[in-house]
Design a protein around this ligand. Structure first.
Ligand code: TYM
Length: 332
């Protein structure tokens, strides 16, 4: 059976970008067609300046939202990264497999390091080695596929390279995984700056729809989205990114194609109105289920405890085998 692994980092409240680029497909397709593991990757949240209490709250919120979105613990595994030691154990072997140059070439590292430096902060070493931990997340489970938005593809490509290199050096140990991107909305853009990805840790929030935004807030944000000059409706992401973004969002919400949708509109106002309502309707059941789960925290605890147990049992033999393969003496 195909094995799937993916994760979400608790550095901010989850956004419509996270949902349409990743979670929607995990819920609708991936959990039903494969042995799928979905992880709140809290160790990754420590790679930038963080507040411990906030990371704790956001980790719990992310796990609750994944369940509220429809991940079903009866058919998939939902857990928290730091509950399974194998991630950190294998990450070190990945650091010993990757090169400094490979890490420095990662677009996310360059962007985030530049942002930290602009703010006058220092760059944590773990921000540079982030992809080693991400590779460990994936390889520890022998994942075949990694369903992610566009921005994570480069990290998954590096994971492939590391798996191949490790296998060549030390004998076959890891499945070589591949990234799978959604066909629509693989990169949802900020509604106020459609040249920039909608990101959960951005400071300016007017262009970001959060999954827990009230319906009226969602409507306001979508209605105020920046569109492009030009009168005719057309799907042209390169030259008309604002309109293309709205068409992508509406298409992803309604399971249609952005190009087909473009033909049916003659005004930006109508497109915005329909997009806003489609997003509100998409998020409505999620918000309701989230409220129910918040009232029953024991249920989330149970899911995370059982998820971590299963994840541990899956990861341990692979990580033990990798330790043995590189020449570490087995513990007696
Ligand atoms: P993170 O937490 O930034 O995002 C979680 C998922 O949401 C997708 N995504 C988007 N998709 C479309 N448009 C957007 N604007 C948008 N923003 C985010 C991401 O591509 C991702 O699929 N490094 C990862 C977390 C991670 C991981 C892993 C993922 C750690 N280990 C192993 C897969 C496998 C991250 O920061 O995702």
């Amino acid at each position: 059976m195909t094995r799937i692994f993916s994760g979400v980092k608790p550095t901010g409240h989850l956004t419509l970008g996270n949902y349409l680029g990743a979670v929607h497909r995990w819920v609708q397709v991936d959990q039903h067609r494969a042995d799928a593991l979905f992880c709140v990757v809290d160790l990754h949240a420590l790679t930038v300046e963080h507040d411990p209490g906030r990371v704790r709250r956001l980790s719990r919120q992310a796990a609750t939202l994944l369940l509220a979105a429809g991940l079903d613990p009866a058919v998939c595994t939902v857990f928290v990264q730091s509950h399974v030691d194998e991630h950190a154990r294998l990450s070190y072997l990945m650091e010993c497999t990757a090169t400094d140059g490979e890490m420095r070439r990662m677009i996310q590292y360059k962007e985030k390091a530049a942002r930290e430096q602009q703010r006058g902060g220092s760059v944590r070493l773990s921000l540079l080695t982030y992809p080693a931990l991400m590779a460990a997340d994936i390889l520890a489970y022998q994942a075949d596929e990694v369903p992610v938005g566009d921005d994570q593809t480069q990290h998954v490509e590096l994971t492939r390279d590391l798996a191949v290199r490790f296998n060549q050096r030390y004998g076959h140990t890891f499945t070589v995984p591949k990234a799978v991107n959604p066909s629509v909305a693989a990169r949802v853009m900020d509604l106020q700056d459609p040249t920039c990805k909608m990101g959960k840790s951005h400071a300016a929030t007017a262009g970001i729809v959060y999954l827990l935004d009230e319906p009226d807030v969602v409507r306001r944000k979508v209605m105020r989205a920046v569109t492009d000059s030009g009168i005719e409706m057309a799907y042209e992401p390169g030259t008309r990114p604002g309109v293309a973004n709205l068409l992508d969002i509406l298409a992803a919400c309604t399971g249609t194609s952005p190009r087909d949708l473009a033909e049916g509109y003659d005004s930006y106002g109508a497109l915005k109105k329909d997009t806003a309502e489609a997003v509100v309707e998409l998020l409505r059941p999620l918000r309701e289920r989230h409220a129910q789960l918040c009232a029953d925290p024991g249920e989330v605890d149970r899911v995370l405890r059982e998820g971590a147990e299963r994840a541990r049992a899956l990861a341990r033999p692979t990580v033990d085998a990798a330790y043995a393969a590189v020449g570490l003496l087995p513990a007696l």
